[in-house]
Design a protein around this ligand. Structure first.
Ligand SMILES: C[S@@+](CC[C@H](N)C(=O)[O-])C[C@H]1O[C@@H](n2cnc3c(N)ncnc32)[C@H](O)[C@@H]1O
Length: 271
């Protein structure tokens, strides 16, 4: 499944009240939204037909979130659905997550693009390919290591993979507290980047069709609408067998057991 199809299917499943996108470029992903939206990009050049109430902001995400509360535009509602696809360096994507999560609720859904680069060249910090993911894939490990309260799902989308984050917590200060240490590790990591087999071979990635078929999307929408008690989504996610959604049911025998952690060892987030 192509990443824009995943986004379109998520719009349909979630029926979000609002949508925020960091990195809009020509507006292809933004054009999938049919609800009040904000698109943030310092160099957008919209070519797609935009069929909804969209505020385009010509600014970096850092500048936008320094001066604005996006919820003000949405009548005070938290962000229901956000797509992070801006600057492709890991520390930028992590900051973008921190910004978005601050305006979220546990029923918000946050998606990152370009989280499963196919090769080391594509994952370089110093761009030298046409298709470029940069090293944003590192954010997956950061979130899993520092925020076990989140559900962080690598999704096997074409071309370069996505990550879906569930159960965000606007009250968590963990990422802010660890940000400088994480940023220092990101800045130290010179090209070529070490690409864990988990990323390159997508060993833990879930099948987008299986993910979209999960019944708890309904619970998410019902909890947001107040039709089921707060915490219902978290309870449903706690009993989900994630391995059953994976594309690869087992790590191939040719992959050394430790290779999966290659990139992970780069970071030490302990204070
Ligand atoms: C890959 S494109 C986005 C594609 C779009 N989301 C889509 O799928 O159709 C990345 C965009 O991020 C923008 N960008 C770069 N740095 C940014 C930043 N600091 N804040 C927000 N957007 C940024 C670039 O100008 C570029 O247009």
């Amino acid at each position: 499944m192509e990443r824009h199809q995943l986004l379109a299917e998520l719009h349909a499943r979630l029926s979000p009240r609002n949508y925020l996108e960091i990195g809009t470029d020509a507006g292809v992903s933004l054009s999938l939204s049919r609800v009040p939206s904000i698109g943030i990009d310092p160099a957008y050049s919209i070519a797609a037909e935009l069929d909804t109430d969209i505020q385009l902001v010509r600014a970096t995400s850092d500048d936008y979130f320094r001066d604005h509360n996006p919820c003000e535009r949405f009548g005070g509602d938290p962000l229901d659905f956000a797509f992070i696809d801006g600057m492709h360096w890991a520390e930028f994507a992590l900051r973008d997550y921190i910004y978005v999560e601050a305006y979220s609720t546990p029923t918000s859904v946050i998606v990152f693009d370009d989280m499963l680069p196919r090769n080391v060249d594509e994952a370089a910090r110093d761009r030298h390919t046409i298709a470029w993911t940069g090293d944003v894939f590192k954010v997956t490990h950061v979130l899993k290591a520092l925020r076990p309260d989140l559900v962080v799902l690598e999704v096997d989308t074409a071309p370069t993979g996505t990550v879906v984050v569930l159960l965000p917590d606007a009250g968590s200060a963990t990422l802010v507290d660890h940000y400088r240490a994480v940023e220092a590790a990101m800045l130290e990591a010179a090209d070529p980047q070490e690409l864990p087999d988990r990323v390159r071979l997508r060993t833990e990635a879930v099948d987008p069709a299986k993910l979209l078929a999960c019944e708890w999307w309904t619970t998410l929408v019902d909890e947001r609408a107040g039709r089921v008690p707060a915490g219902s989504l978290a309870s449903a996610l706690a009993v989900q067998d994630w391995s059953a959604l994976r594309v690869h049911q087992a790590v191939p025998a040719t992959v050394p057991a430790t290779a999966d952690e290659g990139g992970a060892r780069r970071f030490s987030f302990e204070r």
